[in-house]
Ligand binder design. Sequence first.
Ligand SMILES: NC(=O)C1=CN([C@@H]2O[C@H](COP(=O)(O)OP(=O)(O)OC[C@H]3O[C@@H](n4cnc5c(N)ncnc54)[C@H](O)[C@@H]3O)[C@@H](O)[C@H]2O)[C@@H](O)CC1
Ligand SMILES: Nc1ncnc2c1ncn2[C@@H]1O[C@H](COP(=O)(O)OP(=O)(O)O)[C@@H](O)[C@H]1O
Ligand SMILES: [Mg+2]
Length: 277
Amino acid sequence: MELLKIDLNCIKNTYKKRPCDSNKGTHGHALLIAGSSNKMGAAIIASKACLRSGVGLLTVAFYPENKSVLFNSIPEAMYANSCVMNDLSPYQAIGIGPGIGVDEISLQYIYQLYENKLPVVFDADALNLIANYKIDWNNFNFPFVLTPHPKEFDRLFGEHDSESERRSIAIQKAAALNCVIVLKGHKTFITDGIHTFENTTGNSGLAKGGSGDALTGMITSFLAQGYTTLEATKLGVYLHGLAADITLETQSEESMLITDVIENIGLAFKHLNSKIQ
Ligand SMILES: NC(=O)C1=CN([C@@H]2O[C@H](COP(=O)(O)OP(=O)(O)OC[C@H]3O[C@@H](n4cnc5c(N)ncnc54)[C@H](O)[C@@H]3O)[C@@H](O)[C@H]2O)[C@@H](O)CC1
Ligand SMILES: Nc1ncnc2c1ncn2[C@@H]1O[C@H](COP(=O)(O)OP(=O)(O)O)[C@@H](O)[C@H]1O
Ligand SMILES: [Mg+2]
């Protein structure tokens, strides 16, 4: 199977310019299920990255006691009480997992998705819940993306000794589960079981807590805007890495924070737009 590079040429063919007569409804409404009392940072990071990636509306679902944390840091986002999150009709895409924890309460979020038809990004603790509670993949009758780092990948699909072993299992699993798998790392690998891609952007400034949470927000944003699971993951992974590379102009790989990277998503879009006629 040919390994295609996710570079500017590839992304130029994926990215659709924003129409000048659009409105917030045109760009979709994303639902992020993220954060818990000790990990509200994960929800804030994912939300900011989601909004910076062009979504029309964003609702974040988590425990009610943390409501003010969201409103104080992201006034653009709306809030849904995660305990009564049974009406998914307002949304176009769902991202679930960053910082939600792996207890029985968080498990309910996974159960609530069973009847859903919207595309879903499963990340972080959502992946750990699927692994810990041996959730049957047949419950997921909707398009979905898995975004594991190597440790999460091994929790889901068994221990592997090398990255090449993980890549070949990822291809098999993506084909069998009819999903897209994003195996994160230095050169993030993406597969839908038919095609394989390797990202060319990003640097070790991203090797810090919260970087993956931002990626989940970005991919969810692109799904809500109508990109397919494969397009949304390619765009998200490429722009996430490009924003980190642009951040090297003002920060080092050591000093870079994921919040700096999120602030540069705009420059990453500008760079991409400047290359498109
Ligand atoms: N500010 C926050 O609230 C943060 C919340 N986070 C959340 O905390 C929860 C736990 O996630 P973690 O990922 O930290 O914990 P995990 O225990 O799942 O994984 C952490 C370990 O995975 C390994 N790993 C990661 N990437 C690797 C790579 N490319 N190659 C080899 N090994 C690799 C490393 O050994 C690392 O210590 C998640 O829900 C996550 O979303 C984290 O994202 C950190 C920031
Ligand atoms: N050395 C590196 N070079 C390029 N990208 C990296 C590097 N290390 C980590 N990343 C990227 O940073 C993100 C880390 O995600 P993850 O491990 O889920 O972090 P967290 O859960 O703390 O948010 C992934 O997108 C990964 O590809
Ligand atoms: Mg993560």
